[in-house]
Design a protein around this ligand. Sequence first.
Ligand code: NAD
Length: 366
Amino acid sequence: MELAVENKLVAKNILGTMADAGHEQVMYCQDKATGLKAIIAVHNTVLGPALGGTRFWNYTNEDEALRDVLRLSRGMTYKSAISGLNLGGGKAVIIGDPAKLKNEALMRRFGKFVDNLGGKYITAEDVGVDTRDMEFIRMETKHVTGLPEWMGGGGNPSPVTAYGVYMGIKAISNIAFGSDSLSGKTIGVQGTGHVGETVVKYLTKEGAKVFVTDINKERMANVAKEYGAEVVSDATEFLSRPMDIYSPCALGATINTKNLALLKCAAIAGAANNQLEDENLHGQMLIDRGIFYAPDFVINAGGIINVYSELLGYNREMALSSAEKIYDTITQIVKSARNQNLAPQLVAMHLAQERINQVATIRQTR
Ligand code: NAD
């Protein structure tokens, strides 16, 4: 009963919330037969169709799912804009436990909803969703990327995301320590999933001392064993350990007041989306603590670069070479932020918005 009231209130405020963050459209989707409950958010389509993955997650309630999709879709707008791609920002969430709910019918039903948007929104993978799911979605709509290679796609974008994150970690190391060599650097990687694992691979290969944590103990142990990293199971112990670089590669909002009180690192650079619980408050706290920060939507753009390449005719080498430029973008933003005593996240958002505004003006002309 309480949940219904809460959801009613959210529904009542949703247009106001959308207006505050600048969202163009939010679509609620439900299908009793398959148990599908999803929300698709289109944040901005000035630069192009809104591209962003679908997250399948067991949210506590609809409010949490709505907040996530709104934040994630807005992040996609900035990510594509700062990466120079002709894409807008969108995202979808499917509510529920993928292990229990996910099947062909549900994913195809979701694909039909994506199709209803007529190309305004293009989907891809995110947490809880893989290339097989993209195949099912493709059976109902052409507005999908992250397809397997045999279907002309680029496969799972995680390796390209991880390569971009690795480039971002090297760039921030250069700023914080005067060298982009990671040999001997102590780096804590939180999350050993698709992206985290490959980040660990790059870091250990270069001689970094890596320790990892994950709520999935088996995965964490396997990754640590495979690449010679250390396991730190306890989340608080992980965050409290002195480290040169903290690399958040799990879910968002791990840079919050509680965790910042524990962290002893010179820099933060990782794959997770929406790392700052509060962009203004925690961005400022990082400046006050003298911690260099690689803005999440800049450093983790390898995935969107990879799926964008699918739209043009997929080429893995081109995608990796574009992701390599994340090194320069992070360097430019973090240095500029430091010179102006501003939070890197805000500097990156400003640059992204500037590009959107400029393109919006040329769109008005014939
Ligand atoms: P994934 O689901 O494969 O891996 C996430 C891992 O984090 C899992 O192993 C999970 O058990 C772990 N995890 C979850 N909560 C945790 C916690 N509280 N503490 C420690 N570990 C925890 O996802 P992924 O594809 O590797 O993506 C990781 C992050 O990077 C996500 O935030 C995602 O949105 C972001 N991202 C991914 C891509 C991509 O190409 N996959 C692109 C851009 C951004």
